[in-house]
Design a protein around this ligand. Structure first.
Ligand code: NAP
Length: 282
C-alpha cells in the first residue's frame, strides 16, 4: 500500500487562489477596502521576525493588507496591553496576531486574552478556546485548525475513530484534541507523564505528533493503515514522527516539510479574511 500524501503546501496554494477571489469580491462590495491583519512583534528574535514577515507577505499574496508593529525588547505588559487595546478599538484592523514567544518580563497569557474575540484570528484567547471546546463559533488556534482543514480537504474519516494526540500545549495539543473530539473522534491525549506511550500510539487510527522532539514517535509504534499527522519541524528537516518507514504501510501522512507548516499561516490569513468579511457585513 502506498500512503496518500496530505500535501499541505499544495493545499495552501489552492486555498490562497480561493482567498484571492474572495478578497477581490469583498473589495468590490466594500469600496476597495480590504481586511487588515495587525502583527505585533516584541523584541528582536530573528525567527519570530521571519515568521511575522511571512504572515504579512501571505496577506499581500491574497490581496489583503498587514500592519506591522514592532516593540522594543524591554516592553512591559502594561505597554503591550495598551497597544492591543488600541488595535482592538481600531476599525481598520480586522485581525490581531501577537507573535509568540514574547520576552519573559511580559505576562503573555494576559496579553493574549486582551485581544478581542472578533479579532482573535490566531485563536489564542482563553475565551476563543472555551467557545471552540463548547462547539460555539470562534476562530481556531491556527496550527490545529490548519490540521483540521487538511483532514477535511482529504476527506479523512474522523467520526468514531481513535485519535491519539501526543502533546498538550495550549497552542497545539490541547486545541487539537478538542477539535478532533468536536469532529466525533474518540481522543486520547498523551504528554510527558503518560505511561506506556508506544502502546497507546499503537491503538491509534489517527496519530498527531506535537511533542517538539525530532522523530520522537517511532514508526514501529504506529499501526498499519493509520493516518499520521506530524506537526513538528526541526532544523534536521524532520518532524516529531519517524516518517520514512511509514510511507508504504500507513493510509496517509503529512510530509515534513510541506505538510502542517504551510497550513498554519494559511489558516491565520483565512480567519483574517473571515473577520474582514464579518466587519464589512459581507
Ligand atoms: P511544547 O509547548 O514544547 O509542548 C510539547 C508537548 O509534548 C508537551 O505537552 C509535553 O508534555 C509533550 N512531551 C514532551 N516530552 C514528551 C514525552 N517524552 N512523551 C510524551 N509527551 C511529551 O511544543 P508545541 O509548541 O506544542 O510544539 C510541538 C511541535 O509542533 C514542535 O515540534 C513545534 O516545532 C511544532 N509546531 C509547529 C507549528 C507549525 O506551524 N508547523 C506550530 C507550532 C508548533 P508536558 O505537557 O507534560 O510537558
Amino acid at each position: 500500500m502506498s500512503a496518500q500524501i496530505l500535501d499541505g503546501k499544495a493545499l495552501a496554494q489552492h486555498f490562497e487562489e480561493e482567498m484571492r477571489r474572495r478578497v477581490d469580491a469583498l473589495k468590490a462590495k466594500a469600496d476597495g477596502r480590504t481586511p487588515i491583519l495587525a502583527t505585533l512583534l516584541v523584541g528582536a528574535d530573528p525567527a519570530s521576525a521571519t515568521y511575522v514577515k511571512m504572515k504579512g507577505n501571505a496577506c499581500r499574496r491574497v490581496g489583503m493588507d498587514s500592519r506591522a508593529i514592532e516593540l522594543p525588547e524591554d516592553t512591559t505588559t502594561e505597554q503591550l496591553l495598551a497597544q492591543i487595546e488600541e488595535l482592538n478599538n481600531n476599525p481598520d484592523v480586522h485581525g490581531i496576531l501577537l507573535q509568540h514567544p514574547v520576552p519573559e518580563q511580559i505576562d503573555e497569557r494576559r496579553c493574549f486574552d486582551a485581544i478581542s474575540l472578533e479579532k482573535d484570528v490566531d485563536g489564542v484567547t482563553c475565551l476563543g478556546f472555551g467557545r471552540m471546546a463548547m462547539g460555539e463559533p470562534a476562530y481556531g488556534c491556527a496550527t490545529p485548525k490548519g490540521i483540521m482543514r487538511i483532514l477535511e480537504h482529504y476527506q479523512i474519516p474522523l467520526e468514531g475513530k481513535h485519535a491519539v494526540v501526543v502533546g498538550r500545549s495550549a497552542i497545539l495539543g490541547k486545541p487539537m484534541a478538542l477539535m478532533l473530539l468536536g469532529a466525533n473522534a474518540t481522543v486520547t491525549i498523551c504528554h510527558s507523564r503518560t505511561q506506556n506511550l508506544p502502546e497507546l500510539v499503537k491503538q491509534a487510527d489517527i496519530v498527531v505528533g506535537a511533542v517538539g522532539r525530532p522523530e520522537f514517535i517511532k514508526a514501529d509504534w504506529i499501526k498499519d493503515g493509520a493516518v499520521v499527522v506530524d506537526a513538528g519541524f526541526h532544523p534536521e528537516k524532520c518532524g516529531d514522527i519517524e516518517l520514512a518507514p511509514l510511507a508504504d504501510r500507513v493510509a496517509a501522512y503529512t510530509p515534513v516539510p510541506g505538510g502542517v507548516g504551510p497550513m498554519t499561516i494559511n489558516t491565520l490569513i483565512f480567519q483574517t479574511l473571515e473577520a474582514g468579511e464579518k466587519a464589512f457585513g459581507v
